[in-house]
Ligand binder design. Structure first.
Ligand SMILES: O=P(O)(O)OC[C@H]1O[C@](O)(CO)[C@@H](O)[C@@H]1O
Length: 484
């Protein structure tokens, strides 16, 4: 709190904001879905395991209570103590809650009058605690089924992306390490741009925003046609600067060219991230990539280490995973796969090699699931800060990472991206690339007049005070900051 931007923040009290709607409609739906998921488990264990059932019912009772508290605008209660390595986090959340309470005009911090970023993180942290404090549920991911179901419906786009990967790396991968003609450099630049744009739009399928997704919804959000159609929806595109950074380092023969990839959603987005990461390694734009995942189930669809391992398995044995997805209109995966099995096999082979060589790894940190903005990083997690500073480039995916980068503050939308990064911006020694489809009110780095232009569109928000154009993931920014 102390180190966040001093500007006012998005708050659940502001009727024009997405935060307002979130606490009143979206979060209760998310908690209701979690309750239904636990209920299904309880039904399954009804006869065989009374202890699981008993603990499950305690979880349901807690989640019902959480919903009521939101509904009735109660104060946010301190998180119950937990065992294990995440215990310290609970203390950090509770300290912040206490500090915020002490500063508030009314007593305590109420659901309908609280900063959005803090309260949303608190919500997911509290949800997690309901499971982690129950011995038979402590490793249960209440969002797992939703994540897997959504990914099962992404098979067409998975095959397409794998084919694209093979095509690109066959033609460009071999360029690594050689001196290239200007035309070849431009070809590499174009491929980088395409890859990164696929990576960007992979972020549109986010289960915390789309609380009910149909097969048709998913198809509309995925595939190469989608990203081609949406080129003009990218409001800021700094990819050239990021490419120049990686390309120059590669040409100068810098030995360690690590890219850190701060992940967002599991499922299709994670699959595209992994493809893009393999491309970065294969093309020589990076020598090593470290993926950063969430330690706990987070914002419904965020990727955890389990999701990563499951994805690696799926890439190795796609038929096992996709064969029983019986959604309409999807075609017969086995048949489609038979026609081009080699694409996923090539991807799997590369993945296995990079992992065996230690060039592709993943890790977690409590930092990613704490409540505050990333402005706190240099103070609150010096180890991670040092690690990211030693990286050539840090790629951050998604809307929540963006909100945390800029502190979810009410910036003027023309504020330079680097300025809004505060201590992670100028002179930070961090090179940052944010790939974000817009799902929240905050945005920076826009050209003068752009926000006004977008607000004046039908559905753009108009005079309502809402930045409606920025809420449905139909627009995006790819912003770069060179901190060293
Ligand atoms: O998965 P992403 O892109 O981080 O999106 C999550 C974000 O989207 C929302 O669900 C909607 O704005 C926010 O609550 C959250 O910041």
């Amino acid at each position: 709190m102390q180190f966040d931007p001093s500007l006012p923040k998005s708050s659940t009290s502001s009727p024009a904001s997405f935060a307002y709607k979130s606490v009143r409609e979206r979060w209760p739906t998310i908690v209701t879905n979690a309750i239904k998921d636990v209920q299904r488990q309880i039904d399954q264990y009804e006869r065989s395991n009374p202890k699981i059932v008993r603990q499950g019912m305690q979880i349901v009772a807690e989640l019902e209570c959480l919903k009521q508290e939101m509904h009735q605008n109660c104060t946010l209660s301190p998180l119950p103590d937990e065992e294990g390595e995440l215990r310290g986090d609970v203390a950090i959340y509770n300290q912040e809650l206490q500090d915020r309470g002490a500063q508030s005009a009314t007593v305590g911090v109420r659901w309908h009058e609280v900063e959005w970023l803090f309260s949303e993180c608190y919500l997911y942290r509290r949800l997690f605690g309901s499971f982690s404090r129950r011995t038979l549920w402590e490793t249960y991911d209440v969002f797992q089924e939703q994540k897997r179901d959504a990914f099962k419906q992404s098979k067409n786009a998975v095959l397409e992306m794998a084919a694209y990967y093979v095509n690109v790396t066959e033609n460009i991968g071999c360029d690594s390490g050689t001196v290239l003609s200007p035309e070849a450099v431009e070809r590499n630049r174009a491929v980088f741009s395409d890859m990164m744009q696929q990576c960007l739009w992979g972020n549109a399928t986010d289960l915390s925003l789309l609380t009910t997704l149909t097969y048709e919804n998913i198809q509309q959000l995925q595939g190469s046609e989608v990203f081609k159609r949406r080129r003009d929806k990218v409001l800021v595109n700094d990819l050239d600067r990021a490419f120049d950074l990686l390309w120059q380092a590669r040409n100068q023969g810098e030995e360690h060219r690590t890219v850190d990839f701060v992940l967002d959603n599991a499922g299709f987005e994670l699959f595209v991230d992994v493809v893009v990461i393999c491309y970065l390694l294969k093309s020589g734009l990076a020598t090593n990539v470290k993926m950063h995942a969430k330690k706990i189930p987070w914002f419904v669809s965020d990727a955890t280490p389990t999701d990563i391992e499951q994805l690696f398995d799926i890439i190795q044995r796609p038929l096992d995973f996709f064969k029983d997805s019986n959604d309409s209109g999807s075609g017969d995966f086995a048949k489609m796969y038979d026609e081009q099995p080699q694409h996923l096999e090539v991807l799997h082979g590369d993945l296995r090699t990079f992992r065996a060589e230690g060039r592709l790894a993943y890790q977690t940190s409590n930092f990613w699931t704490q409540a505050g903005s990333f402005w706190r990083l240099p103070i609150s997690n010096t180890g991670l800060f040092a690690e990211l500073r030693s990286s050539l480039l840090v790629v951050l995916k998604g809307d929540l990472n963006y909100r945390k980068l800029v502190g979810d503050a009410c910036w003027d939308p023309t504020t330079p991206f680097q300025e809004a990064l505060g201590p992670l911006g100028k002179s930070s020694k961090l090179n940052i690339l944010s790939l974000r489809t817009c799902k929240a009110d905050v945005v920076v780095g826009l050209p003068p007049g752009k926000d006004e232009e977008l607000r004046s569109l039908p559905e753009g928000g108009g005079e309502s005070g809402s930045r409606a154009w920025a809420l449905d993931a139909s627009r995006a920014v790819m912003q770069f900051s060179k901190g060293r």
